[in-house]
Design a protein around this ligand. Structure first.
Ligand SMILES: [Fe+2]
Length: 265
């Protein structure tokens, strides 16, 4: 399997905090049947993205692991005004394995209408945006029409393995199932951060998808599509998205908007 979203590179963000943790994460991945891991540190208001240092730490981790698994580099790209500005002058600074595919993460609290245009602009720059874990985003979960619009626009969708196995709670699991049932998933990745709460494991989710959707789909989502993305090739598996409303009705899901949260200081 090929993991296109993972915080395995040490010392950049809330992912691995040391080379030892990174090595343990890599061992977990190898034991799970992963052959390629893309280290994708965050680029957001909290964490600066430093491509040269990212590649230096990738090199160091690779040299410690030898040929047992391939470590590549990319970025967990937050779709902010500042990031898009930087990307315009050097698009491949942020892409998976410095190729054509870009992980794109939205904020949990606001997804302005202008982002449709921003995604289009990324495509005009020759990039293929991959929307990361929409199943975990309460805003997207309450307005699937937005996601379906991006799919029609030619964007792809990555679901987190741990959402499929229930690690992010009932709503994320149901949303992941809805997306799978509605043919709206192109990649499954670990988005691993450590060896405990956010481990680098894909096999359990692979087995769950094999059971629910068949082995052909599982192989596409965990192997051939992610491999194509790191090689900047065309995806083998891009099904026509189904009708999310119908899928939601069939699954008898609760489609109520997220509850308002109150914060006390
Ligand atoms: Fe991430």
């Amino acid at each position: 399997m090929v993991d296109i979203h993972c915080h395995i590179l040490p010392g950049f963000d809330d992912g691995s905090d040391s080379i030892e943790t990174s090595l343990q994460m890599a061992e977990m991945a190898i034991a799970d049947g992963v052959t390629h891991i893309v280290g994708t540190p965050h680029a957001n208001s909290e964490y600066d993205f430093l491509p040269e240092l990212v590649r230096a730490r990738r090199d160091e981790l690779q040299s410690r692991l030898g040929e047992r698994v391939s470590i590549l580099s990319g970025c967990d790209f937050h779709l902010s005004f500042e990031n898009v500005n930087t990307l315009r002058s050097d698009p491949r600074r942020f892409t998976l394995n410095q190729g054509e595919y870009l992980l794109v993460e939205f904020a949990d609290f606001s997804i302005p209408a202008s982002l449709d245009q921003t995604l289009h602009e990324l495509q005009l720059l020759g990039l293929h945006p991959i929307i990361t874990h929409p199943e975990r985003n309460p805003l997207i979960r309450s307005q699937w029409d937005r996601l379906w619009g991006w799919l029609r626009q030619g964007c792809y969708v990555q679901v987190t393995a741990q959402s499929i196995t229930g690690g992010f709670g009932r709503r994320a699991k149901q949303a992941a199932e809805l997306l799978l049932d509605a043919n709206a998933v192109h990649f499954v990745a670990s988005d691993a951060h450590n060896v405990t709460t956010r481990p680098l494991r894909l096999k359990a989710a692979f087995d769950a998808v094999t059971e629910s959707r068949g082995e052909k789909v599982a192989r596409a989502l965990f192997e051939s599509n992610p491999r194509a993305a790191v090689e900047s090739g065309a995806l083998e598996y891009v099904p026509e998205p189904g009708d999310w409303k119908k899928t939601q009705e069939d699954m008898e899901l609760d489609s109520s908007p997220p509850r308002k949260r109150f914060w006390f200081f």
